[in-house]
Design a binder for this molecule. Structure first.
Ligand code: SAM
Length: 297
């Protein structure tokens, strides 16, 4: 494939056409049980795991052993309580060999105000992180963050204690040496990602913000790597992948979203910077953004 492609059809069938161990990162947001039945269908929460299982097995086959799978999902409320299909899904994936490495929380900075009788407004979603093996590719320095204003003040007044490793006062086993942070501009992030929801109209009712897939793409891939989104929707993962110089393969079963996302990727991605004549051609994998469509819509 060229730089990006979105194939139309059911991802379970489409993934069967891919070679084993060919994808570096799968970043996706599958339909959340039957939450958006009216716009793009849905699966009953009680049937979710049964539906998901063969898809997860196929994702395991196409992912490189060093690759990562990120699933953005949230359990819906059914009959007054949170349904446990996400927990069941994690359990079933572990049974088929996946490792549930980590869970990231996407904190939605701008969630809609509201009041419910038995809970507060929902301002987070999960991003579940799975791997096929314990050793996987991760570029932690790519997502370092500015250290923040607190650091200058705190480092200004270092006590003797701050200059040596001190053990946690509550016995957690986590020691620290505050002076290690002096003079640093950036730090590693936490597993809570603070990002606003998608506000611009990208033609999809459940699009996530470009920043979300982009963060994981930077963390788990390098330029030229292949990112797959089997539930591509409006193609947000593709926009992020292309902007970061990765290759993108999307899969989408709705003809309407297929059309919307292809046109978004065709026109909506920031073009790459002008080519530096001093750099060899193949050092800039996104010198152009090619188009390769399947013939299946
Ligand atoms: C939650 S949305 C993804 C939204 C996407 N992350 C975005 O930012 O636009 C899930 C998408 O999966 C598609 N879908 C549902 N079942 C599918 C299947 N079996 N194969 C491929 N696509 C499917 C739906 O049509 C929908 O567009």
């Amino acid at each position: 494939m060229t730089e990006w492609e979105i194939r139309g059809g059911d991802c379970l069938d489409l993934m069967k056409e891919l070679s084993a161990d060919s994808v570096d990162l799968i970043m996706t947001s599958p339909p959340y049980a039957d939450q958006r039945k009216s716009t793009y269908g849905g699966i009953h929460p009680d049937k979710y795991v049964e539906w998901w299982k063969p898809i997860a097995i196929e994702m395991q086959r196409v992912l490189k052993p060093t690759g990562t799978l990120i699933v953005n999902i949230k359990e819906k409320v059914v009959a007054g309580e949170r349904h446990i299909y996400v927990m069941d899904m994690i359990r079933s994936m572990r049974e088929s060999g996946w490792l549930w490495t980590e869970e990231y929380i996407w904190h939605k900075r701008n969630c809609t105000p509201g009041k419910w009788p038995n809970r507060f407004r929902d301002s987070f979603e999960r991003c579940l992180h799975f791997n096929c093996q314990r050793k996987f590719t991760m570029y932690q320095d790519a997502v370092r963050e500015p250290v923040g204003n607190w650091a200058a003040k705190r480092m200004d007044k270092l006590s003797d204690n701050d200059r040596q490793r001190t053990e946690s006062a509550v016995g957690s086993g986590f020691g620290r040496n505050v002076s290690n942070w002096a003079g640093r501009d950036t730090v590693y992030p936490t597993n809570v990602l603070h990002m606003a929801t998608e506000c611009s109209n990208v033609g999809h009712s459940a699009a996530y913000p470009v920043g979300l897939p982009k963060w994981f793409i930077k963390l788990f891939t390098q330029a030229g790597d292949l990112v797959l989104d089997p539930f591509s929707g409006s193609g947000t993962t593709g926009v992020a992948a292309i902007q970061e110089g990765r290759r993108y393969l999307g899969m989408e079963k709705s003809a309407e979203y297929l059309r919307v996302s292809r046109s978004r990727l065709d026109t909506g991605c920031i073009p790459p910077p002008p080519r530096d004549p001093n750099i060899e051609e193949d050092e800039n994998p996104l010198g152009y953004i090619g188009i390769l469509f399947g013939d299946d819509d």
